[in-house]
Write a protein that binds this ligand. Structure first.
Ligand code: PLP
Length: 360
């Protein structure tokens, strides 16, 4: 159970995700907070204007915040949430980041660096000693775990301890693991970021992001940035994201068991050089023998698996990551990232195997 003294719910996550962010149990109260489609409010209250607040945002924020164990601020997208966190760094401050990160994060860091706003230092996030050394004098240690798409896993408590000893903040992009499998705030992280576009909403129909912050000071700073820069979520999107979030534990349970079974069945497949799986979650990266050409052929020869970027939906999708020029050159050309969905595992396996067999 969560420790209530740390702001988390007194219930298991499977219960919290259902009961948080609801109107009070009173006659004629709706079961769900409706979509509040309004740009302004009658003056004199707390909301005042649609860029400062919306009850549909609040319902989502209360629920994701309760799951991660701190207060949540919703943003227009994952990258808007990341931009708000990076803006907490004073101009010229050092940001430590994994060399394998979401390509958008690396592109944003490069843009900020080109303007002298941050200094980025890239590390192998699995090398905890190197991360600790890099955090000396840094303002922020930023990382994903598991990393996208290399699926490396960071030692969160050890990195938090080293970073804090050096006076650096720690922010974790928890998009791949979700708060069902990993809650970095409980390990001392200051900030947790989500692309709610992925598992949180879970149906490939929403773009949204969120930051969960352990301190009220950071919550205030993030709300201020959201109001000033205007990277606000839309009321309908927050409604849909919360609707999706309610089923996250059961979706993830099925997706994870499908992923584990596929990893087991594909482990020795002769058309694959490698099957990477961190042991939890529903993202698997396979490295196709024959490199880019073979991987490009594979993603065109399936019926169920859809060749598409993004991840975390109920449907299985996959993508050769190096098709993006922005992907890191240390990611193999033949690496295909699988986002394992909720279909029957036999159908998913059969569809992949028949496509792999055509590669010869
Ligand atoms: C997709 C993704 C993002 C960016 O989120 P958007 O909602 O697309 O802006 C950030 N981090 C990770 C790990 C992602 O997979």
């Amino acid at each position: 159970m969560h420790d209530a003294s740390r702001g988390a719910s007194a219930f298991h996550p499977e219960t919290t995700v259902i009961i948080a962010g609801r109107p009070p149990h009173e006659p004629d109260q709706p079961m769900s907070v409706p979509v509040h489609l309004t740009s302004t409010y009658v003056a004199g209250g707390e909301l005042e204007y649609g860029r400062y607040g919306n009850p549909s945002w609040t319902a989502f924020e209360e629920t994701l915040g309760a799951l991660e164990g701190a207060r949540c601020v919703a943003f227009a997208s994952g990258i808007a949430a990341i931009a708000a966190v990076l803006d907490l760094v004073e101009p010229g401050g050092t940001v430590v980041a994994p060399r394998h990160s979401y390509t958008g994060t690396v592109a944003l860091l490069a843009e900020l660096e080109s303007k002298g706003l941050v200094q980025a230092v890239y590390v192998d996030i699995t090398d905890t000693a190197a991360v600790a050394t890099a955090s000396e004098g840094a303002a922020l240690v930023w990382f994903e775990s598991p990393t996208n798409p290399a699926l490396e896993v960071a030692d969160i408590p050890a990195i938090v301890a080293a970073a804090h000893a050096n006076g650096a903040l720690v922010a974790v992009d928890n998009t791949f693991a979700t708060p069902i499998l990993q809650r970095p705030i409980e390990h001392g992280a200051d900030l947790v970021v989500h692309s709610a576009t992925k598992y949180i909403s879970g149906h490939s129909d929403v773009l949204m992001g969120a930051v969960v912050a352990a301190s009220d000071e950071h919550v205030d700073a993030l709300v201020k940035r959201r109001s000033l820069f205007g990277a606000i979520p839309a009321p309908l999107e927050t409604f849909l994201a919360l609707r999706g979030l309610r089923t996250l534990p059961v979706r993830l349970e099925r997706a994870q068991s499908n992923a584990r079974e596929l990893v087991r069945r594909l482990a020795d497949h002769p058309a694959l050089d490698e099957v990477r799986y961190p042991g939890f979650g529903a993202i698997v990266s396979i490295v196709v023998r024959g490199g880019a050409d073979a991987a490009d052929a594979l993603v065109q020869r399936t019926r169920l698996w859809v060749h598409a970027t993004s991840l975390g939906g109920v449907e299985s999708t996959f993508e050769r990551r190096r098709r993006w020029p922005s992907e890191q050159p240390t990611i193999p050309e033949g690496l295909v990232r699988l986002s394992v969905g909720l279909e029957h595992v036999d159908d998913l396996h059969q569809d992949l195997v028949q496509a792999l067999e055509t590669l010869g």
